[in-house]
Design a protein around this ligand. Structure first.
Ligand code: ZN
Length: 341
């Protein structure tokens, strides 16, 4: 082996080492950060939005992207799609097609705002880098057009689909703002008469647009669920140690809207929402009755009660209100604005 050859090998070796060094220091980190820096960039470039109503021309951060990555929980697949197409699937999953058009439009704007708020604030982390999922206990429902068509009669499916599609298209790009910022647009099925103030649930502080307002539903939704003491002990054992045999319930206090705020189980204090989730009852607006070996929970309303009531929105639409009226009723002090392209 000549010295010359050795020298060449040495310089190649140095060059390769240098390239690897460059790769580790610059290229790989920039590949990893690609996604987040894209979001950060779009945050910097604020987009002008044009108000739907009067005097609400304002600024909100640009959308992180026009596309979203959706995790389909049943198949554990992530699919990428346009936000507006995603919203049509949310409507299929969230509201009956028999709803009034103004209620469907309200739901479209609420779902769009809810999604963009999550994207902008990167609230939910899903596996495989998904922005949203189709689990109602995590994000919001989503069903495909194919799913909907399979459940509809052939002679009605195009008309029904058009209704969902029109609700999204008619409100394309419209979002709900409070103080020129996207709101966290929670919604639920039926308030049971009065919506809930968010301070009793997830927020320690007041959020001015998520306060208690009349639910406006045209009827009362009630449900009962009966448990044996053994079943209750099983459901509550994660939070109440040594639970068995006799179970004592004591409602400690109620929220401003009349829902159970805290309940003591054998002397252990639980949040109403935690208690509801352990038992799988429809709402925290409940009373308890003992009947023989069974304990029965009578609930009013369906869901957490924060923000828009879907049933209330439909009743308001039946009463002649527009989707903007509906949104302004459930979210105090907000405006509806259109994001410009
Ligand atoms: Zn989710």
């Amino acid at each position: 082996m000549s010295n010359k050859y050795l020298k060449n090998v040495k310089s190649w070796y140095v060059l390769v080492l240098f390239l690897i060094y460059m790769l580790i220091c610059f290229l790989i980190p920039s590949m990893i950060n690609g996604k987040t820096s894209k979001v950060a960039n779009s945050k910097e470039s604020e987009k002008e939005v044009q108000g739907v109503g009067k005097n609400n021309k304002t600024n909100v951060d640009a959308l992180p992207t026009g596309k979203i990555k959706l995790l389909l929980t049943e198949s554990n697949q992530v699919v990428e799609m346009n936000l507006e197409d995603y919203l049509k699937g949310v409507l299929i999953g969230e509201v009956p097609v028999t709803y009034e058009m103004e209620a469907l439009k309200a739901q479209a704007v609420v779902a769009r705002t809810y999604t963009l708020y999550k994207l902008k604030n990167a609230i939910t982390k899903h596996e495989q880098g998904a922005d949203m999922c189709d689990d109602i206990n995590c994000c919001q429902a989503y069903k495909t057009k194919e799913y909907a068509f399979a459940s509809w009669d052939d002679n009605e499916e195009n008309e029904k689909w058009a209704k969902y599609e029109n609700a999204v298209n008619a409100t394309a790009g419209e979002v709900i703002l409070y103080n020129k910022e996207l709101i966290n647009a929670f919604f639920h099925a039926h308030s049971g008469g009065t919506t809930e103030n968010v301070k009793y649930l997830w927020s320690k502080n007041e959020i001015p647009y998520l306060v208690s307002v009349p639910g406006n539903e045209g009827y009362i939704y009630q449900d009962t669920k009966s448990f044996t003491k053994t079943e209750l002990a099983e459901l509550l054992k994660s939070d109440v140690a040594n639970i068995s045999g006799e179970i004592q319930f004591e409602i400690k206090d109620y929220t401003g809207s009349g829902r159970v705020n805290h309940i003591a189980v054998n002397g252990i204090d639980l949040d109403g929402a935690r208690f509801r989730s352990l038992l799988g009852i429809k709402s925290t607006n409940f009373r308890i009755e003992e009947s023989g070996d069974n304990i029965i929970f009578f609930t009013v309303g369906y869901g957490h009660g924060i923000g828009m009531s879907q049933e209330g929105a439909n009743q308001m639409a039946l009463d002649g209100n527009s989707y903007v009226d509906i949104i302004k009723h459930y979210y105090t002090g907000v405006e509806v604005a259109k994001l410009e392209d």
